[in-house]
Ligand binder design. Structure first.
Ligand SMILES: *Cc1c(COP(=O)(O)O)cnc(C)c1O
Length: 348
């Protein structure tokens, strides 16, 4: 049956999600998940009915949280589906391109390739900022430009002035998609206020990270109403299961938001603890991070990664030279990870 598949699909290398990579152990700091498993109420008396395509209560709750009009919100199965919808909405297969700036999130290129859309790479500068002149030189056929801030896996923020310059540069020509999957850890850095000024700005959000709901699959696209309307033309008829919407609304209630705020403070403190502890180790460079993870450079990342893996401490290898990405867990997980790394490096 393999030969019946599209050539694109046969040739595709799927995204190596942390889940797919496997591993066994009791400290999982490889998928930027939250260590907090919060409780929710499930109501099962309406499951005989289809869900609304865009549950109004959920849209309103997120709009209030993000401080945008409800007409500027679309909800989907995680931010990943938002990426896919944008590509399918704006890119003609075998003709148009997306542009992205590695090292960054892998799904932009994979989603594009899945739909026969070329993914153009313009690497970030040495400071992991946008290379605006190189982007300008590569705008031919580009419909979407993906910018991740805080950037995964490097952790840094993209300069706001560069984002505005990019939006000006691409006005009427391409859409700038700000991936703000980690923005709840540093809400002051959001570009949401720029939506009013820039019709070509789109923002991706998710409940998977700070809201501790990776297993729920609930994300949001914030954009001007004409973009939302276009995406709604191609979205699945029932993308948000009833229990997903119910739980997401609870997470976005005043009590849910307060809990998330508290957990974000907790995780940001743990990140500072990890950052300080790792920075003291010889030969180790910790890059300043604004999300719930840190990118760390070690003298021999490969062997350290394996030693941690064998110990049941599962982290994520990064494409950045000799770097490992460490998700910020609870304090106990951070302490154990730091202690093991310290011991490992002292034995070298
Ligand atoms: C985790 C992540 C996403 C995907 O979020 P989901 O809502 O779980 O699909 C998108 N972008 C970046 C940068 C991420 O790290």
């Amino acid at each position: 049956m393999t030969k019946l598949a599209r050539k694109t699909v046969r040739d595709l290398t799927p995204y190596q999600s942390a889940r797919r990579l496997g591993g066994s152990g009791d400290i999982w700091l490889n998928a930027n998940e939250s260590p907090f498993a919060n409780e929710y109420k499930l109501q099962c008396d309406r499951l005989n009915r289809y869900s609304a395509c865009q549950p109004q209560e959920l849209l309103q709750a997120y709009a209030d949280y993000a401080k945008v009009p409800v007409e500027q919100v679309l909800t989907s199965r995680g931010a990943d589906e938002g990426i896919e919808l944008l590509i399918r909405t704006f890119c003609e297969p075998n003709t148009d391109s997306i542009l992205y700036c590695p090292p960054t999130y892998g799904m932009y290129a994979i989603s594009a390739e899945t739909f026969d859309v070329t993914a153009k790479k313009v690497p970030l500068t040495e400071e992991w900022q946008l290379d605006l002149p190189a982007i300008r030189d590569n705008l031919d056929s580009v419909k979407l430009i993906f910018v991740c801030s805080p950037n995964n896996p490097t952790g840094n923020l993209i300069n706001r002035r560069d984002i505005e310059a990019l939006l000006d540069m691409t006005a009427d020509q391409a859409i700038v998609v700000m991936d703000e999957a980690y923005i709840d850890f540093c809400p002051e850095a959001s570009t949401v206020d720029l939506l009013e000024r820039y019709p070509n700005l789109v923002i991706l959000r998710t409940l998977s990270k700070a809201f501790a709901l990776a297993g729920l699959r609930c994300g949001f696209t914030l954009a001007n109403p004409d973009i939302i309307a276009l995406m709604l033309k191609i979205i699945a008829p029932y993308p948000v299961p009833v229990p997903v919407s119910d739980i997401a609304v609870q997470a976005l209630s005043p009590a849910g938001l307060a809990k998330t705020k508290f957990q974000v403070l907790d995780l940001n403190a743990n990140r500072a603890y990890l950052q300080a502890g790792l920075s003291m180790l010889e030969g180790v460079t910790v890059y300043e991070g604004y999300g719930n993870y840190l990118l760390v450079q070690f003298p021999d990342a490969e062997s350290l990664f394996s030693a941690l893996w064998d110990q049941g401490i599962i982290l994520r290898r990064s494409p950045v030279e000799n770097c490992i990405r460490i998700s910020v867990g609870n304090r106990d997980e951070c302490e154990k990870t730091l202690a093991f790394i310290r011991k490992q490096l002292s034995q070298r």
